[in-house]
Design a protein around this ligand. Sequence first.
Ligand SMILES: [Zn+2]
Length: 349
Amino acid sequence: MTALSGKVQTVLGLLDPAQLGRTMTHEHLTMTFECCYVPPPTGDDAVSEAPFEMRNMHWLRQNPYSSQENLLLCQEIEAVRDELQYYRQAGGGTIVENTTTGITRNLPSLKQLAKDTGVNIIAGAGFYVDVTHSDETRKMTVEKLTDIIVSEILHGADGTDIRCGVIGEIGTSWPITESEKRVLRATAHAQSQLGCPVIIHPGRHTTAPTEVVRILQEAGGDISKTVMSHLDRTIFDYGELLEFAKLGSYLEYDLFGTEMLDYPFDLEIDMPSDSQRVQALSFLVKEGYEDRIVIAHDIHTKNRLTKYGGHGYSHILKNIAPKMLTRGISQGQVDKILIHNPKHWLTFK
Ligand SMILES: [Zn+2]
């Protein structure tokens, strides 16, 4: 038990969980993603370096990681502020901004955005995938990593007094690297001390989420307070999905709005459409998992902002929630997914 018990921690301080309202559980408002640049397809060098114009937007949707400019969401604070105002008008209450060390977390900007827009913003503690770990991070013991994560939640992060309210997104690759395993164990240790929510970015392999759960569990983590992100690009077979669901984590479909033919990070993967995502949610609800589902857009590149013709942070509220109602999901179940499940996850034990 700590002072955090029964509360949610936003960048503006502690909050009564009933104040959260509709919550996107996996977003980025400011970050950099240069770590994951992918060279453009043959012959596309010119368009990959071209300025943002309407005629390039379809190309960017198909090749979002092949434009250096597109990977700098950090440059769009003004546009993001406008988007958050629109998100509030659309009925949104809270955003989990789970940018961690390695992809340029910016806590002062998050605090200012929360003040300016009235949207509750919850920041993320910990470390992204191995390619972004510094040499210093790689050399750290599990104990040292645990101390850092605990301190980011209890005292503040990045030299500020602004506190994180969730651990993650904790980045893992496939196969999971040794440095990532230490961070996962530190995450579990910090979670068992603090009773806090955890969110995981699994590697791109169908068994990656299960392997992460195993490592967290062995280190004393609380899987019932852990979100497994990106299931829409990780587990495709419904049988495998049910096997994973039985492990008891929250099941997150968080790439709403992402529709692309070739997924640049793994060409074997067929990225589902939003309709297919809704079908997967409908399936999980019918199988009894309505208390375990959370959803988001995971905006992490510029082209997904409405400023550039993208879907923005309100796509789920404006388009996906109504669609869910037409596919066998009741209003009460939609409210669970958007309000109640995030609230229970985010409340410190
Ligand atoms: Zn993310």
